[in-house]
Design a protein around this ligand. Structure first.
Ligand SMILES: [Fe+2]
Length: 585
């Protein structure tokens, strides 16, 4: 195929010479109305979308492991058509997993050289693997500061999850062309277009990019917005009925479900009832089935892209789940009743960074569905709180985005680290947790962090004490020549707040240097509680439940050396325990 392509390129050259024109003149007029972008990525396939300037142009995607694009593999040829705004979505198959690819576009048999016709994506890994996702919402290409798109590109995430307000145009029009121009404006923007050419995208709209501020399924623009999304955005297959654009896909061992909270929603001002809905009946049934399927497959982590905040006191008229509190409770009860224990909510809409560890997010009847919630926004808009309360945040600002780093070595748990970042200032918020089919458990350092990136000294592990002779052990080494303040904890009872049902009732934590006991604790409240609480806050560790909780903790100053922390159950008891150590700054 590459050889054939060379011949075709040669013909262009010959034709150009015959016409008395240099070859570059043959490409002088760009056929591209806007730049390329990629999505619908799997371990072996991807889709690239591009808008051409005329109907009837025959386009083909050229994909290669190098930027010379040879040797290459090719998509089928698709002819542009006026009915879809001359946008072609080109699908490529037969790729290798976890591989970086370059791509370009042939139009009329000529491989184009325009910068906005060249892009990159990386195919997803297959099975257990480590990777990172960027996610955010609320960007307006008309805003002055667009550095956040450069920052996300520099992060080189496997995927950028755009959670809505892609263009902030508040378009509520019956004309598809009005919607097409929004996408052109984003893709032609210098910073934004560069990100979308450089990293694959999964995109779910919110209100300002669907049909306008707080818009819902009664908007006159509903049909046009849906049509243009489907024929323009490189998206995952839409299997949900009822017209919404809900999608799901798998990255490694993480299942991602993105719901459309606007195009089938009843107005937020409608009185609460079982009929009031954000999802619409068809999408809700699909969403529930997706969760059951993900549970049955045994994904260690399920990410739900819910574009607007989950947490908030019921508020009639709110364009968040707070304005749809009956349906929110229905979903929470569904999560609880169907043992969906490892669902993490990714949201934007609120112009802030925040997370919740489940302490404020449980809307099941009688409790039982504490969800981890990660909020990351705004890309270019200004800071604004919404909903809450959150375990940490909201941190208002602009130029903000989230990174979710997944470390998956194939065991039952995968390690997850959410970092809320602000361009130019680095990490503002960190939340670390382990995810498995049995639940989500916070681990390690979490909470707000300083104004710039900083190094953490932290170790943690979650394990099960099976008998008195087999403690759960964590080792750490203090290097250098100076002593360090170290907070160590063995958490049992507090884990119940995170859905762990078999936590050890009364952990005993012992710190050893070689075979010598340095310190030991059973029940942290028997020691200097105020000093420990201050240390918890300083390192961003979650609070231990209640004043009488018999979790254990130690705060010690240690000279350089090798140490181990050993957790057992008091009186030979057994159960799950989280053992962690932090350097206290
Ligand atoms: Fe927004």
């Amino acid at each position: 195929m590459a050889f054939f392509h060379t011949i075709r390129g040669g013909w262009v050259l010959v034709a150009g010479l015959l016409a008395g024109l240099p070859m570059m003149r043959a490409q002088a007029v760009s056929p591209f109305v806007s730049g390329v972008w990629s999505g619908n990525v799997t371990p072996t396939s991807a889709s690239v979308s591009v808008r051409l300037n005329a109907a009837g142009l025959r386009a083909r995607l050229v994909v290669s492991t190098n930027d010379r694009l040879t040797p290459a593999v090719f998509s089928q040829v698709i002819a542009s058509a006026a009915g879809s705004g001359n946008t072609v979505v080109l699908d490529i198959q037969g790729l290798q997993p976890a591989t970086d690819y370059d791509y370009g576009i042939e139009v009329g048999g000529v491989l184009r050289t325009e910068f906005n016709s060249r892009g990159k994506f990386r195919t997803f890994p297959q099975g257990a693997s480590s990777f990172r996702l960027a996610f955010a919402s609320c960007g307006d290409y008309r805003d002055a500061d667009q550095r956040v798109y450069d920052a996300m590109l520099a992060e080189q995430p496997l995927l950028f999850l755009h959670m809505g307000d892609f263009h902030y145009s508040d378009t509520n029009s019956i004309l598809t062309d009005d919607y097409r121009r929004n996408y052109d404006s984003v893709l032609n923007h210098r910073n934004q277009g560069a990100l979308y050419r450089g990293v694959a995208l999964a995109y779910m709209w919110d209100d300002h990019d669907f049909a306008g501020d707080d818009s819902n399924g009664t908007a006159i623009g509903t049909a046009a917005a849906r049509t243009v999304y489907r024929d323009t955005v490189p998206h995952y297959p839409i299997n949900v009925t009822g017209g919404t654009i809900g999608q799901s896909f798998t990255v490694g061992r993480v299942r991602v479900i993105m719901t459309d909270l606007h195009s089938a929603a009843t107005p937020a001002t409608t009185a609460e009832s079982a009929a009031k809905t954000r999802l619409g009946a068809a999408q809700k049934a699909w969403f529930k089935q997706e969760l059951i399927t993900a549970r049955d497959v045994g994904f260690p982590l399920i990410l739900w892209v819910s574009t607007t905040p989950w947490i908030g006191a019921p508020t009639l008229g709110a364009d968040t789940w707070a304005g749809y509190s009956t349906e929110r409770s229905e979903l929470a009860d569904f999560f609880k009743d169907n043992l969906i224990k490892n669902l993490v909510v990714l949201s934007g809409d609120m112009h802030a960074l925040a997370y919740d560890n489940g302490a404020n997010s449980d809307y099941a009847l009688g409790g039982g569905a504490p969800l981890v919630v990660l909020q990351a926004a705004p890309l270019t808009r200004l800071g604004e709180p919404k909903g809450g309360p959150y375990a940490a945040g909201p941190i208002l600002g602009t130029g903000q985005y989230g990174l979710l780093e997944i470390t998956d070595n194939g065991g039952p748990n995968i390690q997850c680290r959410f970092t809320g970042k602000r361009v130019g200032e680095g990490a503002k918020l960190v939340f670390q947790f382990a995810a498995s089919t049995t639940g989500i458990v916070p681990t390690g350092v979490s909470g707000p962090v300083g104004g710039t990136d900083r190094a953490f000294v932290n170790v943690s592990t979650r394990g099960r004490i099976v008998n008195a002779d087999e403690p759960v052990i964590v080792g750490f080494v203090i290097g250098g020549t100076t002593s360090r303040n170290v907070l160590a904890r063995a958490v049992g009872p507090t884990l119940a707040a995170f859905g762990v049902t078999d936590a050890v009732a009364r952990p005993v934590l012992t710190l050893y240097r070689a075979n010598t006991v340095v310190a030991s604790n059973e029940d942290w409240t028997t020691t200097d509680t105020a000093r420990l609480k201050t240390a918890f806050e300083r390192v961003g560790a979650f609070a231990l439940v209640g004043g009488t909780s018999p979790d254990s903790a130690l705060l010690v100053t240690l000279p350089p050396g090798a140490y181990t922390l050993q957790a057992t159950g008091a009186g030979g008891t057994t159960g799950t325990v989280l053992v962690e150590a932090y350097e206290v700054p």
